[in-house]
Ligand binder design. Structure first.
Ligand code: HEC
Length: 336
């Protein structure tokens, strides 16, 4: 009996052993499958993290045309984008930034809206309804491919924060002091670059193009023979003009967002010109007749107050005088 008992026991043992053995491949397979699923999950998670899907919020924003766009899915997913933050009541830096981006848009031509997308998000959503954004966009004659967006204040703040463009310090005027930098990026490759709003438009256009690996279109590049051969180093006035004014004004190249400034030094009294460069916003508020007439002629885009100090104003006026000096007057040209 004993031996039978022992045998049964050992048989049981053997059986259970067999069961274990027999089940092993199944368990192993199950384990492996679980592992694969887990790995896949982890892989997707890593991929989502790397490409920002779990990093960026997906809040719903409203565009200037009233359409609804989700921040991740519709605004950035799979796209090369340029994003900045503005508000339409802003009288200083935003118009300058918008003017500069118009140049970038012009440089990129029809690519904007196709494989490069511009977005300006309002930091003043309480005031900036889609209608306000649409009016702002129309005033600047912004072309297709550049969308203006508004949303809930806390959500816009978080988007700004996630893009590294939120200023934490409590400032006196959170709107005026909002971060003026902009961000360009390619969600699909995970490359994001922060740039100053005063960046040269050609450099911004190049960065956006480079985010999009493509064959260089050599045939479309201007010929070397067309390169300007101006070797005199730029003075302080010229530099200031290039960085702060040239997006809206030309010197003899015709009107842009603002009037052509060739010979403006002869056209306006010196005191008027100095004050205009110092506080155009005040002069518009005070309904200075010349300023108001210009404002109406130029599509009601206010010339921004660029917070220039006296020495900058002098340098700019010097530059405006110098540039006008050698240019022949229209009748001299005609008589030649
Ligand atoms: C965002 C565009 C913008 C920028 C940037 C800008 N301006 Fe203007 N400027 C205008 C507009 C628009 C007007 C016409 C008046 C108006 O609408 O307020 C104007 C008017 C002027 C006038 C008066 C022209 C005349 O016929 O009397 C001068 C001078 C001038 N700007 C100089 C400058 C200088 C210098 C800078 C750079 C420091 C500059 N502006 C930057 C948009 C701009």
């Amino acid at each position: 009996m004993e031996s039978v008992g022992k045998r049964i026991q050992s048989l049981r043992k053997w059986c259970s052993h067999r069961v274990t053995l027999a089940a092993f491949p199944l368990i192993a397979l199950a384990g492996l499958t679980a592992n694969v699923a887990q790995n896949r999950q982890q892989h997707l998670q890593v991929q989502d993290d790397a490409l920002g899907k779990s990093y960026f919020p997906n809040f719903e924003l409203t565009a200037h045309d009233g359409s609804k766009l989700r921040f991740f899915d519709d605004v950035i997913a799979g796209k090369v984008v340029l994003i900045n933050f503005i508000y339409t009541r802003c009288g200083s830096s935003c118009p300058l930034e918008t003017a500069r981006l118009l140049k970038v848009q012009r440089l990129l031509e029809s690519r904007v809206g196709k494989d490069i997308h511009f977005y300006s998000i309002s930091v003043d959503p309480q005031n900036d309804s889609p209608e306000m954004l649409r009016a702002y966009r129309e005033r600047f004659k912004v072309q297709a491919g550049w969308t203006f967006l508004t949303g809930k204040k806390e959500e816009v703040d978080l988007i700004q924060r996630k893009l590294g463009l939120f200023i934490d310090e409590k400032s006196i005027d959170p709107l005026k002091d909002h971060n003026l930098n902009l961000v360009v990026g390619n969600q699909a490759t995970g490359q994001w670059i922060k740039r100053s709003h005063l960046e040269n438009p050609q450099i911004l256009a190049n960065i956006l193009t480079d985010l999009h690996p493509r064959q260089p279109e050599v045939s479309r590049l201007p010929a070397y023979s067309l390169a300007p051969i101006k070797i005199t180093p730029a003075g302080p006035g010229e530099k200031l003009f290039a960085s702060h004014c040239a997006d809206c004004h030309s010197m003899g190249g015709g009107d842009g967002l603002g009037p052509d400034l060739l010979r403006v030094v002869e056209k306006r009294p010196a005191a008027w010109l100095r004050r205009w460069l110092k506080e155009p916003d005040r002069m518009l508020e005070e309904r200075d007749p010349t300023a108001t007439a210009l404002f109406n002629r130029f599509n009601k885009i206010p010339m921004p107050n660029l917070q220039l100090d006296e020495s900058q104003i002098s340098a700019l006026i010097e530059f405006l005088k110098d540039e006008s000096k050698d240019v022949p007057r229209p009748k001299e040209v005609a008589s030649k």
